[in-house]
Each structure stands twice: as structure tokens, then as C-alpha cells.
Design a protein around this ligand. Structure first.
Ligand code: ITT
Length: 199
């Protein structure tokens, strides 16, 4: 692939957009996200799985722009509370809640359980161009800790320690998180499949 190809990342999450843009830096894909456009209607994510929600975002944004789209749906699954918050990760503490509210709610729920609180991040990524669909998935296992550490990243990063690490994801740099994260695994696989398919 020698020509530049514009791809819309169907996300309004600045943390995700930073990570995914960095992951595609070494390609000829030019990543634009929903943050680059005005008047994009809100997408209601009412799927029951990460896959359903990722496809929903990809298809709605494809219909709007009629150009190739990538999308992801992602979240945190905590073993002791039956894999909650799962697909509700973004709105665990309610409709317009902050990341901080979500983290506080999670730590409140986990106070009734002993440590370690094993958990994993999941990311389901999709490329969609009307006639082509490519899927990829990534996971990052680790545990939830009972304090906030670090200012980088977003979401549950300040309370999540990846397996084999002593630091939270929010204490890692973007580059370090992008070497191990669920999103990096999913989008690196997606990127390779895209490079094979789109010639
Ligand atoms: P878009 O749909 O616009 O992409 P979103 O934040 O609503 O943004 P999701 O529906 O995929 O995205 O929800 C993902 C939520 O899961 C996110 O808001 C965080 O709370 C959490 N999450 C996902 N990946 C994460 C990560 O790498 N670090 C920390 N939290 C993460």
C-alpha cells in the first residue's frame, strides 16, 4: 500500500484516539476520529457484547461518511463481581458519570471481597468498509487495587495493575501502555489484517 488511505476511527474518547493514532503511525492509514468533526449524532451503544457494540459504531459511522471505518468497544471485567462492569464500563456509575465516579463505584463494590481482585481489559476492534469486515480482539489481564495511582491514560487505568507489573496503567507512558494493552493487541492484529487485505 503506497497511497495514503483515510480511515475514520468511530470514537469520541480522546484517550482511545491518542492510543490508536499512535498505533497507526507506522502505516499509510491517516486516522481521523469523531473528535475531528462537528454535528455527529450520539451513538446509542445498546449491544449485549463488545462485538455487537463495535459493529454498531462501525456501521453507523460508515453510513455517515461512506469511507472505511475502524471502531472498538472495550471495557473491564472483574472476576469477583461476575465480570462487571463489562459492556457498561463507560457508564458504570450512571449516564453522564466521570471516570472518577466509575472508579469509586467499582472500589465500593469490591470492598466486600478480599484482594487480589483479578480483572481483565477487553478490546474488540472492527474494520468496516461496506463490503469488507475485519475483526480482532485483545485482552490484558491484571488486578484492581484499592487506591488511585498515576495521571496518564484514562478510565480505570489508575486502579489497574497489569500482571507482572508493579505500576498501574496510569503510571505507564502512552508508549509503554501501547506495548501491552488490550487495545494495542487488538489494533495491531487488525492493522496487520488490514494491510494484507487492502492493497
Ligand atoms: P467511544 O464509544 O466514543 O469510543 P467510550 O469511552 O464510550 O468511547 P466504550 O464504549 O468502548 O468507549 O467504553 C469503554 C470504557 O471502558 C471506557 O470509557 C473506560 O471506562 C473503559 N476502558 C476501556 N479501555 C480502557 C483502557 O485502556 N483504560 C482504562 N479504561 C478503559
Amino acid at each position: 500500500m503506497s497511497e495514503k488511505v483515510k480511515i475514520i476511527f468511530a470514537s469520541r474518547n480522546p484517550g482511545k484516539v491518542r492510543e490508536v493514532t499512535a498505533l497507526f503511525k507506522d502505516t499509510n492509514f491517516i486516522i481521523k476520529s469523531l473528535l475531528d468533526f462537528n454535528n455527529i449524532p450520539e451513538i446509542i451503544e445498546d449491544g449485549k457484547t463488545f462485538e455487537e457494540n463495535a459493529l454498531l459504531k462501525a456501521k453507523i459511522v460508515f453510513e455517515q461518511f461512506r469511507c472505511p471505518v475502524i471502531a472498538d468497544d472495550s471495557g473491564l471485567e472483574v472476576e469477583q463481581i461476575k465480570n462487571e462492569p463489562g459492556v457498561y464500563s463507560a457508564r458504570y456509575a450512571g449516564g453522564k458519570c466521570s471516570y472518577y465516579d466509575n472508579n469509586v463505584k467499582l472500589l465500593y463494590e469490591l470492598q466486600f471481597y478480599d484482594e487480589p481482585h483479578f480483572a481483565k481489559f477487553v478490546c474488540y476492534a472492527i474494520y468496516y468498509s461496506g463490503d469488507k469486515r475485519i475483526d480482532a480482539k485483545g485482552e490484558l489481564i491484571g488486578r484492581i487495587i484499592n487506591e488511585f495511582r498515576g495521571d496518564n491514560g484514562f478510565g480505570y487505568d489508575p486502579i489497574f495493575i497489569p500482571e507482572g507489573y508493579g505500576l498501574t496503567l496510569a503510571e505507564l507512558t502512552l508508549l509503554e501502555k501501547n506495548k501491552i494493552s488490550h487495545r494495542a493487541k487488538a489494533f495491531n492484529e487488525l492493522k496487520l489484517k488490514m494491510l494484507e487485505t487492502i492493497k
